[in-house]
Write a protein that binds this ligand. Structure first.
Ligand SMILES: Nc1nc2c(c(=O)[nH]1)N[C@@H](CN(C=O)c1ccc(C(=O)N[C@@H](CCC(=O)O)C(=O)O)cc1)CN2
Length: 280
C-alpha cells in the first residue's frame, strides 16, 4: 500500500483556525497580536514569501507591518529599525526575511532582535532555550515538521529518528525537537559516509539538505515516516524536495509532498509563534 500523504496545507488550515480564535481572544482583551516583517532587497522568492506572510497574518487577525528596503540599505540603518520595533508595544514578533544582501551580517541582525520578539527562533538565546528545554520560540520549519509528524499519531518515544542536514535553522533544531520528544536521534550530513546505513535503521527521516534525490527508496525502512524539507528544482524547473517521492511512497508509511508539505507549515508556525509571543 502506498504511504499516506501528510498534508501540510490541510494541517495549516486547521492550525490557522485555532490561531485565528486565539488572535480574536487577545484582540477582544485590547491586545491585537502584531508582526513586523522586514525585507531588504528584491530577491523574487523572498518577495513572494513576505507577501504570503503578510496575507496569512491578515487572514488570522494578526496586525502586520511590512517594511521593504532597497538592497543598499546599510546594516546600521537596519539595526536602528530593529531597535525601534523592539521598543514598539504593538509589535510582538519581528521577522527579517533571509537571505540578506551580502554586505549585511545576518548574525548581527538576528542578535539585534529582542529574544521576546524572535518569532523565527533564530537567535543564539532562542537556540539556547531550545537546547536546554526552556520555553523559547522554536524555529518555524522544524516546529512545523514536528506538527506534521504528530498527525501520524505515532509516539516518538524510543523511535530512531535520522535528520539529514545540520543547518542552524533546520537540521540542528530539528534534532533537538525530536530528542525532546524522546526519540533516539542521529544527525547525518555531507561528510557522512554511506548515508543509507543510517537511514535504513530509521523510523523517522527528516531530509533537509537542499539536494534532490538525496534519499531513495532503497535507503528507507518499510513503514518509516519521511519528512521532506527540501525545496529544489528538477530538470523541468518543477519544484521538488530532497527525496525521491514516487519511489519512497511505495516503501514508507507516511510521507510529506513538496510542494504542500513542510513549506506551508513554515508560515503557519510563524503565526503560532507570534500568537504565543502576544500571549506571554
Ligand atoms: N526569516 C526567515 N527567512 C526564511 C525562512 C524563514 O522561516 N524565516 N524560510 C525560508 C523561506 N520561507 C519563509 O520565509 C518559505 C519557504 C517556502 C514556503 C512554502 O510554502 N513553499 C511551498 C512552495 C512554494 C512554491 O511553489 O514556490 C511548499 O513547499 O508547498 C514558505 C515559506 C527562507 N527564508
Amino acid at each position: 500500500m502506498p504511504a499516506q500523504l501528510i498534508d501540510g496545507i490541510a494541517l495549516s488550515q486547521q492550525l490557522r483556525a485555532e490561531i485565528a480564535s486565539r488572535a480574536a481572544a487577545l484582540t477582544a482583551r485590547g491586545k491585537q497580536p502584531g508582526l513586523a516583517v522586514i525585507l531588504v532587497g528584491e530577491d523574487p522568492a523572498s518577495q513572494v514569501y513576505v507577501r504570503n506572510k503578510v496575507k496569512a497574518c491578515g487572514d488570522v487577525g494578526i496586525h502586520s507591518v511590512l517594511e521593504k528596503y532597497d538592497a543598499d540599505l546599510t546594516e546600521a540603518a537596519l539595526l536602528e529599525r530593529i531597535a525601534a520595533l523592539n521598543a514598539d508595544p504593538a509589535i510582538h514578533g519581528i521577522l527579517v526575511q533571509m537571505p540578506l544582501p551580502k554586505h549585511i551580517n545576518p548574525h548581527k541582525v538576528i542578535e539585534a532582535i529582542s529574544t521576546s520578539k524572535d518569532v523565527d527562533g533564530y537567535s543564539v538565546l532562542s537556540a539556547g532555550e531550545l537546547m536546554t528545554g526552556l520555553d523559547g520560540f522554536r524555529p518555524c520549519t522544524p516546529y512545523g515538521c514536528m506538527k506534521l509528524i504528530e498527525t501520524t499519531g505515532i509516539d516518538l518515544r524510543g523511535k530512531h529518528a535520522v535528520v539529514i542536514g545540520r543547518s542552524n535553522t533546520v537540521g540542528k533544531p530539528m534534532a533537538l525537537l525530536l530528542l525532546q520528544a524522546n526519540a533516539t536521534v542521529t544527525i547525518c550530513h555531507s561528510a557522512t559516509p554511506d548515508l543509507g546505513l543510517y537511514t535504513r535503521q530509521a523510523d523517522v527521516i527528516v531530509a533537509a539538505v537542499g539536494r534532490r534525490n538525496t534519499l531513495t527508496a532503497d535507503m528507507v525502512k518499510p513503514g518509516a515516516i519521511v519528512i521532506d524539507v527540501g525545496m529544489n528544482r528538477d530538470d523541468n524547473g518543477k519544484l521538488c524536495g530532497d527525496v525521491d517521492f514516487a519511489g519512497i511512497r511505495e516503501v514508507a508509511a507516511h510521507i510529506t509532498p513538496v510542494p504542500g508539505g513542510v513549506g506551508p507549515m513554515t508560515i503557519t508556525m510563524l503565526l503560532m509563534n507570534t500568537i504565543e509571543s502576544a500571549e506571554r
